[in-house]
Design a binder for this molecule. Sequence first.
Ligand code: NAP
Length: 244
Amino acid sequence: MRPKRILILGGTGLAREAAAALLGRGHHVMSSLAGVTSQPHLPEGDVRIGGFGGFEGLTKYLQSETFDLVVDATHAFAAQISRHAAAAARSTDTELIRLQSLAWTALPPDHWTDVADIDAAIASLGLGQKIAVTVGRKDVAKFFARVDLSGVARMIEPPETVVPPQWHVVLERPPFMFESETAFLRAHGAAVLVCKNAGGMRPAKLDAAAALKLPVVMIARPEKPVVNVVGSVEELLGSLAQAR
Ligand code: NAP
């Protein structure tokens, strides 16, 4: 197969896996990171960091770099970049494949409330509840804004807003183990865990919540444009081999 010039829109573990696998097959890979974390896990191969400047910027970038393929391997909740990628790929006639793992599903004895978005998650919480939130630094401000709520918010980088006194912020990055997740939820006395349905391998926090009989508010993924989707790096490699 002729080596392809591939742009991976990344910022996820799956994107790093894809970069390594595609390089291993002899393709030319450029990974793109948003630049939102100060010490990102870097993928193998070439990397560019920072936004493109919206749809127009990404379109210009695709025109000047002439990629054969864009792999949108961004996080399931990174909706804007996926919209820009779909529109820019269409306008430059560049092939686009989204690499996105399956959403998590509740298994007995999970006790989940599925909600549509962050606002619905907040609306679902009882008055004065103590919660553990793992929704990332961008979305945590809305929880802080509800003055009756308290608890712990875990994220990789500090939040952009002031942390109210009834909240603890824990700065940590995955991977997390079952024992430490159980200890984390216990230590902060959380009565509910709120998280985004990122998908992929079931994380230890869900098993820890189930073991502690803790209810989980699970935020559904935002809509993304309809494009070709593969669920794994193996499937991505398979679709490239077919396209040869
Ligand atoms: P977003 O809302 O979809 O995108 C916001 C802006 O960030 C985009 O318009 C784009 O800027 C820039 N951007 C996003 N991903 C980029 C990439 N891979 N390369 C270059 N620029 C990118 O995204 P987000 O939710 O802020 O997430 C930012 C990054 O963090 C994503 O790459 C995502 O994979 C990763 N991430 C997100 C979450 C989450 O919960 N949202 C969790 C883990 C990791 P321009 O318009 O200037 O091009």
